[in-house]
Write a protein that binds this ligand. Structure first.
Ligand code: SF4
Length: 279
């Protein structure tokens, strides 16, 4: 295996020559995260202006080669658990924290999601990881109305697991601008309820300075109003900004918020009395 040094600034899915599995050092996972990229064709149903996926296209993943995914996962877990990977490839001491469905597009768009969850659970069992790592689904939530995805989440319940559910905007006009989607508030509510009814759920919100302007008070108020009825059902809210450059073309000037700017917004959202973490 080619040796590379992992840092939070390099989340290239391809540096280790695996098709589906890629290791990253993740700020929010607080250690090594073994990512499962189901969108190897860089296709997503959203087109966020801050997305770090290059050659992003609108669409669904290609059919997954389950046999290959299984053997890659086995190889990577062997390297991490029984090999020298963590010592040789991390820039500082990191622990193995999670296996995460997170790739170059929306992972739950794949028709084989349930079968893939079963493969991952089998490997968590084989390497006896159920007490040491989490299984995470990082999602824009838009397919959580689908029965096969809900069944996949039900299966994930057999291990320590979490859903990180993207809500950047609750205003359809803003969601059109930032996520480039036609947001239905009714669907967003249903999908969020589907998520926390089955799985511990963290709402993750990417905040940006647009044309040098910070998120407005109006944004904060709409966000609070939307989440208020569900606040006690959430495990946490993650506020974060871009740490790696966007790979998308946009006429808007987008910049990251720094930690203190995120904290000012977190202090306002604090009225929800949900745990808020800034990254
Ligand atoms: S949902 Fe995620 S993968 Fe899809 S465009 Fe947005 S940031 Fe990129």
């Amino acid at each position: 295996m080619k040796k590379e040094i992992l840092t939070i600034f390099n989340h290239d899915r391809n540096i280790f020559n695996s098709k589906y599995i890629y290791p990253v050092v993740s700020r929010r996972s607080m250690g090594l995260s073994l990512g499962i990229n189901l969108n190897t064709n860089n296709a997503c149903n959203w087109q966020c202006i801050y997305c770090q996926v290059s050659d992003l296209t609108r669409g669904k993943p290609e059919k997954i080669d389950l046999k290959l995914l299984k053997s890659e996962l086995d190889k990577w877990l062997e390297e991490i658990i029984n090999g020298s990977f963590l010592n040789e490839c991390a820039s500082h001491k990191v622990d193995f924290k999670d296996i995460a469905f997170s790739g170059n597009g929306e992972p739950t768009a794949t028709a084989e999601f349930e079968a893939i969850v079963k493969i991952v659970l089998e490997k968590i069992d084989k390497f006896q990881l159920s007490k040491t790592i989490k299984l995470r689904l990082i999602t824009n939530g838009s397919y959580l109305n689908k029965k096969n995805i809900q069944h996949g989440l039900e299966l994930m319940k057999s291990v320590d697991h979490e859903v990180w559910f993207k809500i950047d905007h609750v205003n359809p006009k803003e969601a059109k601008k930032i996520n480039r989607i036609n947001l239905s508030i009714a669907s967003l509510k249903k999908n969020l309820i589907n998520s926390f009814s089955i799985s511990p759920t963290i709402v993750q919100t990417c905040l940006l300075k647009i044309n040098r302007e910070l998120p407005s008070n109006n944004f904060v108020n709409e966000y609070i109003k939307f989440l208020e009825p569900y606040a006690s059902n959430l495990r946490a809210i993650h506020l974060y900004s871009m740490v790696r450059p966007s790979q998308q073309k946009t006429d808007l000037q987008i910049e990251a918020l720094d930690k203190s700017e995120l904290q000012i917004i977190a202090d306002k959202i604090n009225v929800l009395k949900t745990k808020i973490e800034c990254y």
